[in-house]
Design a protein around this ligand. Structure first.
Ligand code: CUA
Length: 172
């Protein structure tokens, strides 16, 4: 009994050059998938999620946006609701104790803005009609400015605010 592989392979024959490109594109695809996986799980990168849809004309009238600012969820966790509008963030200052995990919720009541938190990897687009959400842990005391990094008009350059992370005072 002899093993004979019939060479009745499918009639499709890829050109060697074409084959090489197929391998290269597959390799790239795998490389990109690995990059995204490593960034997401090992390095903890988060893609700003579009949380909910809102009406930019009325969003500021109802809770929680009618009272922008911090909500203490306990256990060092906070929610921060920030409204972006030409040319300010409301609130302009957010103060939390060191070690806090702050989930930022941002929306715009007019045009598209940006929210970049200096010295962190937080950088979100703030689009009218949508709520952008991202969680940040503040392990060091200090002041972290947030700036608008999407051109939004004449006052774009002055659109900023800051997160003040206070060192724990006294025993906890
Ligand atoms: Cu808001 Cu630039």
């Amino acid at each position: 009994m002899t093993e004979t592989h019939s060479e009745e392979a499918p009639s499709f024959e890829a050109d060697p050059f074409e084959k090489r490109w197929m391998v290269i594109s597959l390799g790239l695809l795998i490389a990109f998938m690995l990059t995204v996986t490593i960034a997401g799980f090992a390095l903890g990168f988060q893609v700003p999620g579009s949380e909910t849809r809102v009406d930019p004309r009325t969003v500021a009238d109802s809770a929680p946006w009618s009272e922008p600012g911090l909500r203490d969820r306990g256990n060092g966790e906070y929610d921060a609701y920030v409204i972006s509008k030409q040319y300010t963030f409301d609130p302009r200052t957010i103060t939390v104790p060191v070690g806090s995990a702050v989930t930022f919720f941002l929306t715009s009541t007019d045009v598209q803005h940006g929210f970049k938190l200096q010295n962190t990897n937080v950088n979100m687009q703030v689009v009218p009609g949508e709520v952008s959400k991202l969680t940040v842990e503040f392990d060091e005391a200090g002041e972290f400015d947030y700036i608008c990094n999407e051109f939004c008009g004449a006052g774009h350059a002055v659109m900023s605010g800051s997160v003040v992370v206070e060192a724990e005072a006294g025993g906890a």
